[in-house]
Design a protein around this ligand. Structure first.
Ligand code: UD1
Ligand code: CA
Length: 467
């Protein structure tokens, strides 16, 4: 059966104290609402409608994409009113699933179980609500079941209605089974029910939850699906809640890595903001951040405090502490760092050494080449087995244009040389330390630009006059 998904994302998020709309705050590097959209997409829905709020054009811009429709809700008069705004955009699909843009971690399994429970209802289908038992249910809508008032276990009795915390009696507040807000129901019936909602409650809002008695009155079964973990239905209303969910999510990702055989010095001290894929015998020390797509081959060691963003590292390579790598490729058996920086377009062949305070940008470095200390290599083609001495700089920028430096195989660049691009250093050439090279240096020869050293025999140190 086909499915519509409505994602409610119009809430203001006042408690975030931020100019950024709440659903655009990031969890694992991705806006909250994108987590929800990605989960929705995994269900292969016919339609996804995002309900966004005033001032939320930024939400629209940030998440626009194929298959996503937008409905504006202004002003925000409650969850029922929010879903109502999506109605004109709902497709013909039999079932509609309601998700919240600020509840990022619901598992696809839980959503599938929920939709399955709704669609089992026979005929036009039933309704199903994702619920969970919380030790502290304060603030949430409570699941009132036949015979449960007084806080008996939720499995006893069928769902009668949902009462909001603010509208609940003392006895109802003792119920620990809460409405996650995530629910699925027959699309055609939903449209009728929404049209009949009223706002006569303590908040003067149109409550989506008020469709429950309407469904029951029509003889529609209301099932519940239980979220396997409470965090699957936790929403983000504050920075503290965002930080708490971030930790839960990161711990989950770390556990999956451990499960796959990756060694983590401390699973509580790793952050993955994207996709990290690891080969066999990968070891990651504390406080590393992985962003975008990172692919690590077999037998790789990543030292503490490294940042890797959109990087591929091949087998047997060691990245020492405090390295920063972005949009770069590192070959097999390389040694990087400590304190190295690979910027976009850095491509290292195998057995390359990039040492402390060396920066490489948009350059290819051939197998076996080394730049072990304090160098800048930009817009360069470096051959095999080249030695780049400490303090070497490729002067690739004249203030307007970027130019290229080409260094042939086996060349030796003496320390503190400046190579003023465009310039070519021939294979096997030696550049004397401290040279400023502006013209091509021929292969297999020593080239240097250096004032001759002289010693002044007649020189005497200045002497202070005695009083
Ligand atoms: C709602 C439920 C409550 C449930 C709780 C779970 C209702 C009446 N109550 O509470 O039973 O336990 O969620 O968190 O449905 N939103 C809009 N437009 C609005 C109002 C809300 O888009 O006019 C969105 C918010 O952005 C948020 C979601 O709906 O993503 C829930 O809103 P929120 O105010 O946090 O929930 P409650 O209404 O307190
Ligand atoms: Ca509310």
């Amino acid at each position: 059966m086909s499915l519509n998904v409505v994602i409610l994302a119009a809430g203001q998020g006042k408690r975030m104290h931020s100019a950024l709309p709440k659903v655009l705050h990031r969890l694992a590097g991705k806006p909250l609402v994108r987590h929800v959209i990605d989960a929705a997409r995994a269900l292969n829905p016919a339609t996804i409608v995002v309900v966004y709020g005033h001032g939320g054009e930024a939400v629209r811009e940030a998440i626009a994409g194929p298959g996503i429709a937008f409905a504006k809700q202004e002003p925000q008069l409650g969850t029922g009113h929010a879903v109502l705004q999506a109605v004109p955009l709902l497709g013909a699909a039999e079932t509609t699933l309601i998700l919240y843009g600020d509840v990022p971690l619901t598992s696809i399994e839980a959503l599938k179980a929920l939709v399955g429970a709704a669609q089992k209802g026979g005929g036009a289908g039933g309704m199903a609500i994702l619920t969970v038992e919380l030790d502290d249910p304060t603030g949430y809508g409570r699941m009132v079941r036949s015979g449960t008032v007084g806080g008996k276990r939720p499995s006893s009795g069928s769902i009668v209605r949902i009462v909001e915390h603010r509208d609940a009696t003392e006895a109802e507040r003792a119920i620990r089974e809460i409405n996650s807000g995530i629910m699925a129901m027959p699309t055609a019936r939903l449209k009728d029910w929404l049209a009949k909602l009223s706002n006569t409650n303590s908040q003067g809002e149109y409550y989506l939850t008020d469709i429950v008695p309407m469904a029951l009155a029509e003889g529609i079964t209301i099932a519940s699906a239980t979220a396997p973990h409470a965090w699957e239905v936790l929403g983000v209303n504050s920075k503290a809640q965002l930080a708490a969910l971030e930790r839960i999510h990161q711990r989950k990702l770390a556990d999956a890595l451990l499960e796959a055989g990756v060694t983590l010095a401390d699973p509580a001290r790793i952050d993955i903001r994207g996709m990290l894929s690891c080969g066999q015998d990968v070891s990651i020390d504390v406080n590393c951040v992985f962003e975008g797509d990172v692919v690590l081959g077999n037998d790789i060691v990543i030292g503490p405090h490294c940042v890797l963003k959109n990087v591929r590292v091949r087998a047997g390579t060691r990245i020492e502490a405090f390295c920063h790598l972005e949009d770069a490729e590192v070959g097999a058996h390389c040694r990087i760092g400590p304190y190295a920086r690979l910027r976009p377009g850095a491509q290292l062949d195998e057995h390359v050494h990039i040492g402390n305070f060396v920066e490489v940008k948009k350059s290819t470095i051939g197998a076996g080449s080394k730049a072990n200390h304090l160098a800048y290599v930009g817009d360069s083609e470096v051959g095999k087995n080249v030695n780049i001495g400490a303090g070497t700089i490729t002067c690739n920028y004249d203030g307007v244009n970027k130019s290229k430096t080409i260094i042939g195989d086996g060349a030796f660049i003496g320390s503190d040389s400046t190579l003023v691009a465009p310039v070519t250093i021939g294979a096997g050439a030696y550049i004397g330390a401290g040279s400023t090279i502006t013209k091509a240096a021929p292969a297999d020869k020593l080239t240097l630009t250096r004032a001759k050293q002289l010693t002044v025999d007649a020189w005497k140190p200045p002497k202070k006059k005695l009083p």
